[in-house]
Design a binder for this molecule. Structure first.
Ligand code: FES
Length: 105
């Protein structure tokens, strides 16, 4: 599993997604619920950036139709999305947030 640096931990604001591109994959980095999560930035319902949505209770909400994805599993808990969004392993090393987009967790 190869980890790449996504951003600095100090660049993140609680409950405010940060969009990055890692090896050509758009990823939303989210600090919430006492952890840092990495979820694919594209909603599984349509081609919409999840990082423009709201974060609440360990979920990120798609701003277009309101599906909420669990940041721990990527699973939607509300229609219209029915398919999960990939989530990725995260490691923190000092101020570096490292993500492996080669393996979904
Ligand atoms: S585009 Fe995200 S729920 Fe429809």
């Amino acid at each position: 599993m190869s980890f790449v640096r996504a951003c600095g931990l100090s660049e993140l604001e609680e409950d405010t997604p940060k969009r990055v591109e890692l090896d050509g994959t758009p990823v939303s980095i989210v600090q919430t619920c006492g952890e840092v999560f990495a979820i694919n930035d594209i909603c599984s319902h349509a081609n919409v950036s999840l990082s423009e949505g709201e974060v609440d209770d360990c979920h990120i909400e798609c701003w277009l139709h309101g599906s909420r994805f669990d940041l721990r599993s990527g699973k939607p808990d509300a229609l219209p999305a029915t398919r999960p969004v990939p989530v990725y392993p995260v490691k923190i090393e000092g101020d570096d947030v490292l993500v492996s987009v080669t393996q979904e967790s």
